[in-house]
Design a protein around this ligand. Structure first.
Ligand SMILES: *Cc1c(COP(=O)(O)O)cnc(C)c1O
Length: 400
């Protein structure tokens, strides 16, 4: 639960700053807001934290993906490479802009396998979306390298990797654009919220315009007189979200540090079990330690261990069986059941490719996700809880 566990007086103070002015909107009201610009400040601090030049706050991580895809000019007739293991939102965002998601296998990092890019791309592929799942980096430098060679744009879905890094550089800043989610269960939370980052000024501006009905945010005129060159929509972050984000961002490095300590205790207990292995890491230092993924040589043993741990009150997830994070389990997606009766964009005549989402095309995901159990790591676990987990692991290990 990370950031949500730490909501306290710092968040209250930031939110009160906003409520005292009464200006909940991020734009306009320059006189009335008495210098309080929480979203703007949050964006500046977040960009600095990530080491990129631009950040744009939006309403959710899903909206961030959509805004970024619009800025990158991905749309009808295009397809986009997306890993088989991700939250549904990554696929929904591609469909939202009228493009088709292509399902790609994962590697031992549990993230998109760079070696699959050239095998899965079609003549219509415009972009690849590596997703840094469960707080750990995809093989991102290789992914960017292969994408560049093949003329593909890279959009990092970093909803689950906020604060995580790869070789000292924060995730989200490797590709053309990166996105974050601040929903209630993410590493940093603003209740609901999201953010887009980029080093490309044109992409930033297109995102900013798109997220606010095309407004060009010309500082020299009032909002009613601002210019516009593209149509957009409303994905504006509000000041209360910006205020929460500011307080939460300041706690990010602390919370990652605490999670790392807790994760290590549990990892040490698991490492004593013969045959247990851990998720491959490109860069262990860069782990945001929001989750711990461990594996067994066979699926049967993993599931048995899961049952034994559950009996002790310890929950784990086997993502091969999860309803929301693994494409083969999305019966509505596989039936092309978009919200419109025409099943667009799957039936869009502008798209000339052929789609296939069968399990046979993702053998590595089928294998590794079936053998892997994932445990959530909290900031405040306490010695008692950690002890209980350690004992439960020892007991389950004896009976497996
Ligand atoms: C949570 C999540 C999203 C969507 O973020 P919301 O803020 O909930 O819309 C997108 N991608 C991944 C990988 C996520 O985990």
């Amino acid at each position: 639960m990370a950031g949500a566990e730490l909501i306290g007086k710092e968040e209250i103070k930031e939110v009160m700053d906003v409520l005292e002015t009464g200006i909940l909107m991020r734009y306009g009201f320059d006189k009335e807001r008495k210098g309080v610009y929480k979203v703007r400040q949050f964006e500046a601090d977040f960009a600095k934290y990530c080491g990129v030049s631009h950040a744009l706050g939006v309403t959710s991580g899903s909206a961030a993906l959509k805004v970024a895809l619009e800025a990158l000019d991905v749309g009808r007739g295009d397809d986009v490479l997306v890993p088989a293991f991700t939250f549904l939102a990554t696929y929904e965002a591609v469909l939202e802009v009228g493009a088709i998601p292509i399902m790609v296998d994962i590697d031992d990092t549990l993230n998109l396998d760079p070696d699959e890019i050239e095998k899965k791309k079609t003549p219509y592929t415009k972009a690849v979306i590596p997703v840094h799942m469960c707080g750990l980096a995809a093989n991102i430098d290789r992914i960017v390298e292969v994408a560049r060679k093949n003329n593909l744009l890279v959009l990092e879905d970093n909803a689950q990797g906020c604060g995580a890094s790869f070789k000292g550089k924060k995730l989200g800043g490797f590709g053309d654009m990166g996105t974050f989610s601040f929903d209630y269960v993410k590493t940093v939370t603003t209740g609901e919220g999201g953010l887009v980052i980029t080093n490309n000024r044109d992409l930033y501006l297109r995102s900013e315009w798109y997220s606010d009905h095309g407004h060009d945010h010309n500082p020299n005129v009032g909002r009613a007189l601002e210019g516009r060159s593209i149509l957009g929509f409303n994905y504006r972050m509000n000041e209360l979200q910006g205020a929460l984000g500011l307080a939460q961002l300041r706690k990010l490095d602390y919370l990652i540090g605490e999670q790392k300590k807790n994760k290590k205790v549990i990892m040490d207990a698991l490492a004593a079990i013969p045959g247990v292995g851990f998720r491959a890491k490109q860069d262990p230092e860069g782990d945001s330690a929001t989750f711990l993924a461990f594996n067994f040589p066979e699926e049967q043993r993993a599931l048995k261990f899961q049952t034994l741990l559950a009996a002790e009150g310890i929950d784990t997830t086997c993502y091969k069986n999860n309803l929301w994070h693994y494409v083969p389990n999305w019966e509505h997606f596989l039936a092309f059941s978009t919200a419109n009766s025409k099943k667009h964009p799957f039936t869009d005549p502008l798209y000339k490719g052929k789609v296939e989402y069968s399990r046979e095309t993702i053998p590595h995901a089928e294998d590794i996700l079936g053998r892997t159990l994932v445990m959530g790591i909290s900031v405040r676990m306490g010695d008692e809880r950690l002890d209980a987990i350690r004992k439960a692991i020892e007991k389950a290990a004896k009976n497996i």
